[in-house]
Design a binder for this molecule. Structure first.
Ligand code: HEC
Ligand code: HEC
Ligand code: HEC
Ligand code: HEC
Length: 130
């Protein structure tokens, strides 16, 4: 009888814990890592992108896949720019072969999704209306 009660108590606690964890607000628009200030007023809702969860699910270990460093138009292996926003290098307008900010995001995000045949490629799948 005692053991039975203890077991029920454990289940009760797990349920309470689950509900508590689930009610912590999911990555909201306000605390996204995407640095969108450079765009000014946004035409679309900020794209979905939960940094760590995304990279874990997508199994990307190398930070430089996204946070790259170029020198004289060549990708520098083994260096990463994770301390910089995309917009610190990518201005709104393209500069030579360096794509403009919107194109930079779109190319980086979509090219990989197309290549891997995984992840969203349609506008509304990333720019989800809230
Ligand atoms: C799939 C692409 C991708 C990968 C892989 C990736 N990041 Fe990022 N990361 C981003 C984007 C996009 C931003 C937002 C930057 C922006 O919008 O200017 C960002 C932002 C950041 C920031 C700034 C966070 C903030 O709130 O200011 C840090 C730090 C960071 N990444 C570190 C890392 C590290 C460390 C790794 C490797 C373990 C990594 N990233 C892998 C895409 C990526
Ligand atoms: C330290 C400066 C710097 C930062 C930070 C940076 N880039 Fe770049 N990026 C460049 C340069 C320079 C080029 C152009 C290379 C060339 O001339 O072909 C480039 C090229 C690109 C390209 C086209 C070539 C390719 O690799 O596919 C994309 C897409 C891109 N960047 C996306 C991004 C995104 C998204 C971020 C933020 C996560 C970012 N970049 C952060 C400097 C930077
Ligand atoms: C190097 C490859 C790669 C890059 C770059 C990349 N993704 Fe992904 N993304 C994936 C993969 C693979 C998945 C599918 C993961 C899975 O199995 O669920 C995915 C899934 C997603 C999803 C579905 C929900 C989720 O988080 O799993 C969203 C949203 C997404 N990506 C947004 C982005 C955005 C925004 C960018 C650019 C800032 C980006 N991705 C860059 C590979 C990438
Ligand atoms: C793989 C995800 C992804 C897809 C698919 C995608 N975008 Fe984006 N888009 C982004 C990211 C990331 C940014 C930069 C951060 C932000 O504004 O969300 C961006 C930025 C933008 C911007 C500049 C910011 C603004 O709102 O003014 C516009 C406009 C835009 N996208 C429109 C579109 C349209 C139209 C499509 C379909 C043709 C599309 N996007 C498809 C991820 C995506």
């Amino acid at each position: 009888m005692m053991r039975h009660k203890l077991h029920r108590y454990t289940i009760y606690c797990s349920v309470v814990l689950c509900i508590t964890l689930c009610s912590i607000p999911a990555f909201s628009q306000e605390d996204t890592v995407l640095k969108v200030e450079a765009f000014g007023t946004l035409e679309r809702p900020i794209s979905a992108f939960d940094h760590d969860t995304h990279n874990e699910k997508a199994e990307i270990q190398d930070c430089a896949v996204c946070h790259h460093v170029y020198k004289d138009g060549k990708l520098v292996e083994g260096e990463s720019s994770e301390d910089q926003a995309c917009s610190e290098c990518h201005t709104l307008k393209a500069q030579g072969s360096q794509p403009g900010l919107r194109m930079a995001y779109h190319r980086q995000c979509k090219e990989c999704h197309v290549e891997k045949k995984k992840g969203p490629v349609a506008c509304g799948e990333c720019h989800v209306k809230k």
